[in-house]
Design a binder for this molecule. Structure first.
Ligand SMILES: Cc1ncc(COP(=O)(O)O)c(C=O)c1O
Length: 461
């Protein structure tokens, strides 16, 4: 493909990008597959084949920028981050060594400092493959802190124990699994109104110590996945310090509030933690993926990643310390930090903060409407998460109420009105609404509400 053809295709994508597509195609697996075909060819198809493929992809993929796309913590990307992503593709490098990624290494280092600064951390960390991976890094650093040298020696027969709230994201189980300590070593602490109960946490730690086990990490959550609640970071830090245990904060979802003057207090106390996870690809709008693991102590990262000492052939710079591959779990790694950098340059902290405020305002508007609506009941509202049930019909059981939620959710998706999650909360299935991209504004929440009521009337149990 020559330069002109490449430009033609890029322009095609950018022109189509501005059109308003439906939420989804409504096609099933086989129909989508046949629209996308062929996947491989023997004879060259030229750019015409790519033009057809672009059109097929537009027609069959979900339009995540649609105001009815409410199913995830992200939507269409911030345009500046799309430009940054493209730029990093064009220069096509990997982040393992300063030699091959000098500019991107400096940008990543500065973005780590900037995110750290928002949270009162000194400025150390690394970009990762997402919040799940950042939580895993928290587990690994905590293990190294509890058992120095364990990156080489292993656990030496110690029974490690991790603690997280009952409402923490499932990536804590993934981290326990990958660490080789098993998911049974993760102790889920009950919540009070969605927040980890500090007293029970303290009691469980004492109990595990008495049983001869080694508590090594408390993972608290700033912005839980379903309810959007924030653990009491001050109280949990105090417990962590009392017992000498690593405190990691999963701020993958709620960390965006650090940009907002109005809402940053949700994360009060984060500066006392040992590490935290932050996803710029959620409410901040960077394109997938753009996530950071931030840590207080720089040295713990080099100790934890001691295996990189064997990759000396890669880290060939005169000053090896500059090579970020030395403190990363990945060898090949995209220059994701550019995406946050461009959005930050264009919009400033103020603009990114306004984006967060707008999402939370839209959710608050919906929460008020739900509270006042006779057919709906507001189960919880925190941050940008609004959890909704339908007012039970006479003699309706919890199970029938759950069925109603599931049927409404399916109806909304099948009729392309909106895509939304349902989830269990306090043993009841709820509709979980979140505003996480600017197209979900107050007007969009009113359309959502009327679709919800309409669907509830249309479904028959
Ligand atoms: C609280 C929380 N932590 C971690 C994650 C995982 O983030 P990622 O999808 O970037 O791995 C999520 C995802 O929604 C989340 O809600």
């Amino acid at each position: 493909m020559n330069d002109l053809e490449t430009e033609q295709l890029l322009l095609k994508i950018l022109q189509d990008f501005r059109t308003t597509d439906p939420l989804h195609s409504g096609l099933d697996y086989d129909e989508i597959k046949s629209r996308l075909m062929p996947f491989t060819v023997d004879e060259p198809g030229g750019i015409d084949a790519i033009v057809r493929a672009i059109d097929a992809y537009w027609d069959t993929s979900v339009n995540t920028g649609h105001p009815g796309f409410l199913r995830a913590f992200w939507g269409a990307s911030e345009p500046a981050s799309i430009v940054a992503s493209l730029l990093s593709d064009v220069r096509n490098t990997t982040m393992h060594s300063f030699a091959v990624a000098p500019a991107a290494t400096i940008i990543e280092t500065e973005m780590i400092k900037a995110i750290s600064n928002l949270a009162g951390f000194p400025g150390h960390g690394i970009f990762t493959t997402g919040g799940s991976n950042s939580n895993q890094m928290g587990f690994m650093c905590a293990r190294e802190d509890a058992l120095p040298g364990s990156s080489a020696t292993g656990l030496n027969g110690q029974n490690l124990r991790a603690f997280a709230s009952a409402e923490a994201h499932y990536s804590v189980e993934a981290a326990a699994n990958m660490m080789g300590i098993g998911t049974d070593s993760l102790i889920r602490i009950p919540c009070i109104n969605g927040k980890m109960d500090p007293q029970t946490l303290d009691e469980k730690i004492i109990q595990e110590k008495q049983n001869g086990n080694l508590p090594f990490i408390i993972l608290s959550t700033a912005g839980t996945t379903v309810r959007g609640s924030f653990d009491d970071l001050n109280a949990i830090s105090e417990i962590a310090q009392k017992h000498g245990i690593w405190h990691h904060v999963d701020a993958a979802w709620g960390g965006a509030a650090l940009f907002s003057n109005k809402h940053s207090n949700l994360l009060n106390g984060i500066e006392k933690a040992d590490s935290f996870a932050f996803d710029a690809h959620k409410m901040i709008g960077s394109s997938m993926v753009c996530s950071a693991f931030i840590v207080q102590e720089e040295s713990i990262l080099t100790q934890t990643m001691s295996h990189t000492n064997t990759g000396d052939y890669l880290f060939d710079d005169p000053n090896k310390k500059l090579s970020l591959g030395r403190i990363s779990l990945q060898c090949g790694r995209r220059a994701d930090a550019l995406k946050l950098w461009f959005s930050w340059l264009e919009l400033g902290k103020k603009g990114l903060g306004r984006r967060v405020d707008a999402c939370i305002d839209a959710s608050e508007h919906l929460a008020h409407l739900v509270e006042e609506h006779p057919q709906l009941s507001l189960v919880s509202f925190s941050y940008s998460n609004v959890c909704i049930r339908f007012t039970p019909q006479p003699n309706e059981t919890i199970e029938q109420g759950n069925q109603r939620v599931r049927m409404v959710r399916n109806y909304l998706e099948d009729h392309a009105k909106c895509m939304i999650l349902d989830s269990m909360l306090d043993n009841q299935l709820v509709i979980r609404f979140t505003a996480s991209h600017p197209n979900v504004d107050k007007g969009a929440t009113e359309v959502f509400l009327s679709n919800l009521i309409d669907a509830n009337e249309k479904i028959s149990l």
